[in-house]
Design a protein around this ligand. Structure first.
Ligand code: HEC
Ligand code: HEC
Length: 327
């Protein structure tokens, strides 16, 4: 009969299709399993090995390769000019010519957020004072990571070489060469830093000392114990440009592996300014809290060119993170 015949053909066709589908699926699954499952220890499948570092994303660039001082010494102005092609849509180089972004003439060494007539978000000023090479390097790697809330809608330059090149290019536009902060004239630096700290403190509603004192009852360690190390990992993005977490690996700053509980100024092979050990002996939750809130206020003359973490929560979280890394 017509219906039965049609039905039979239809069912037959469906069964056939299903069979082909199942066989195909099985074949592709076993192929996939061969590639993925054995890929790890199998040198025929190097393409898979790359995946292991992927979930760290930006970490990789920060952990490997030469440090900023080395890169900056080898930077290339001409290739920096090419990298600047990525900035041109928003930035002009001529003094006073603001566009979507502020003009960049003389930006290396310039105070953050000071191009006349440009309406800044305020986000960058919250995390840095002067655009030294280190700060620019950190900002350009990950603008929103370095200055959350910045209105620079740019995803960042992932390659350390690109950053070094473009910073050098920008620095050479004016006559005023800016050196890395790694080797400062210590005594000359000490005085203005202290002054700066004083005016900053006057501006702040509550001086750091008072806040530290109010936390004294239980100590800041109690706050850190309740803090969130995962969030601290994000806060640590602000430190990454200068600090590594692996034991023995110094960058612009000393490595921070095991820093909680460590003696101040005690990393082998790192040239400290001496300003830190002048004011503290051991990095406890309390001393770290005071230092990270206002590095130059806590240790005038320190060569850590970092404006500080204004939020207590950020400080607690990042200290919890540093503690978790070493244990
Ligand atoms: C899509 C537009 C855009 C692009 C692309 C862009 N920027 Fe910006 N940039 C801005 C804006 C907007 C600001 C102001 C940010 C704020 O106020 O938070 C800014 C701020 C800056 C500052 C701070 C200047 C100051 O006066 O404090 C520097 C330095 C900078 N950009 C460098 C660069 C470099 C180098 C590149 C290319 C690698 C680049 N920018 C790409 C829009 C952009
Ligand atoms: C622009 C580079 C830079 C950034 C950003 C930076 N640091 Fe530092 N840090 C340094 C330098 C340089 C020193 C050495 C200071 C000295 O000798 O005066 C230092 C010292 C320290 C020390 C003392 C270590 C010791 O061995 O005594 C700690 C702790 C520290 N930094 C934590 C942090 C944390 C946490 C952050 C992020 C919230 C951060 N730093 C961001 C450059 C930086």
């Amino acid at each position: 009969m017509f219906d039965t015949m049609t039905m039979t053909k239809l069912v037959g066709a469906l069964c056939g299709a299903l069979l082909v589908f199942l066989v195909g699926k099985w074949v592709s699954e076993s192929l996939y399993a061969m590639g993925g499952g054995h890929g790890k220890g199998d040198d025929h499948h190097q393409a898979y090995v790359i995946d292991t570092g992927d979930d760290h994303g930006g970490d990789e660039a920060a952990e490997e390769g030469p440090d900023l001082a080395t890169l900056y010494a080898a930077a290339d102005e001409a290739s920096g000019a090419k990298v600047f092609g990525k900035c041109k849509a928003c930035h002009k180089l001529e003094k006073g010519e603001n566009a979507t972004g502020p003009y960049l003439y003389g930006v290396v060494g310039r105070d953050v957020g000071t191009a006349d007539g440009f309406a800044y978000s305020g986000a960058m000023q919250a995390v840095a004072q002067v655009w030294g090479v280190e700060e620019l390097n950190a900002f350009l790697e990950n603008p929103k990571g370095f200055a959350p809330g910045t209105k620079m809608a740019f995803s960042g330059l992932k390659k350390a070489e690109d950053r070094a090149d473009v910073i050098l290019y920008l620095d050479l536009l004016d006559g005023d060469r800016v050196e890395l902060a790694s080797a400062p004239a210590e005594e000359a630096a000490a005085e203005p830093a202290a002054e700066e700290a004083a005016t900053e403190e006057a501006a702040a509603e509550e001086p750091a000392a008072e806040e530290a004192a109010s936390a004294d009852a239980a100590g800041f360690a109690a706050v850190v114990a309740a803090a969130d190390a995962d969030k601290g990992k994000k806060v640590f993005n602000k430190c990454k440009a200068c600090h590594k977490l692996e034991d023995g690996k110094n960058g612009v700053g000393p490595h921070l592996y095991g820093v909680v509980g460590r003696a101040v100024d005690s990393v082998d092979g790192f040239r400290y300014s001496g300003s830190l050990s002048a004011v503290a002996e051991t990095w406890t939750a309390d001393t770290l809290n005071a230092f990270l809130e206002n590095p130059k206020g806590f240790a005038p003359g320190t060569k850590m060119a970092f404006a500080g973490l204004k939020k207590e929560e950020d400080r607690a979280n990042v200290i919890a993170y540093l503690e978790s890394v070493a244990n």
